[in-house]
Design a protein around this ligand. Structure first.
Ligand code: CTP
Ligand code: CA
Length: 184
């Protein structure tokens, strides 16, 4: 979805910087792309792009990351039937952009949910101080991750607009229409 929004924004004449995690998608024409692997690298790359006019956070950023990285191979131990990995929270990139001194005029997030989609999305809109949040039901056939057709419920402080079901490119333009209408 992030790649679709980036490509659609280029088509409308925006200068776009796409910060991407490890995905096997080709780079859309006409934009700059920075590839990152970890949530920490994505945080750093995004912060370095500020100020900008619009930020769209579509990545499914990991909420937790290993507390430490072993320099050597971790050998299994005799009699050890399970393994517990210590994880720590990552920083919330979207929330940090929205509270930044150089906050973009429009900060837009996504919310992937399996249940209570609209309630969770509205809670995130408020908690992260966003202008728009696109809620996305995942875990059901034919929507969300890895599928091309999808439905987005886009919330702002006033209410919600449903986009789709439609292909990601069409949804991206629908989301950009909502963004454009709110630009100062
Ligand atoms: N997000 C982010 N940085 C993180 C975690 C999430 O920028 N470390 C962004 C995502 O890109 C998305 C939005 O926050 O735009 C919501 O992500 P989501 O996983 O739906 O919500 P969380 O706030 O992480 O809450 P939870 O996973 O507990 O539902
Ligand atoms: Ca999350």
């Amino acid at each position: 979805m992030g790649f679709a929004v980036a490509a659609a924004a280029v088509a409308r004449g925006a200068d776009v910087l796409l910060v991407a995690g490890p995905v096997s998608l080709p780079t859309p024409a006409g934009l700059a792309r920075i590839d990152v692997r970890s949530a920490a690298q994505m945080h750093e790359a995004v912060m370095a792009t500020l100020p900008c006019d619009v930020y769209v956070g579509a990545a499914a950023v990991a909420d937790y990351t290993p507390a430490s990285i072993s320099p050597a191979k971790i050998k299994k131990q005799p009699g050890q039937d399970g393994l517990v990995l210590q994880l720590v929270r990552t920083r919330d990139i979207l929330a940090d952009v929205a509270s930044h001194a150089s906050r973009p005029a429009l900060v837009v997030g996504f919310a992937a949910e399996t249940q209570d989609v609209d309630d969770y999305a509205r809670a995130k809109l408020v908690a992260k101080n966003l202008d728009l949040i696109a809620a996305n039901r995942v875990g059901v056939e034919g929507s969300g991750f890895e599928s091309d057709a999808n439905t987005l419920i886009v919330h702002d402080a006033q209410g919600a607009t449903t986009l789709g079901p439609a292909a990601k490119t069409e949804l991206a333009h629908g989301l950009l229409d909502l963004i454009e209408a709110r630009l100062p």
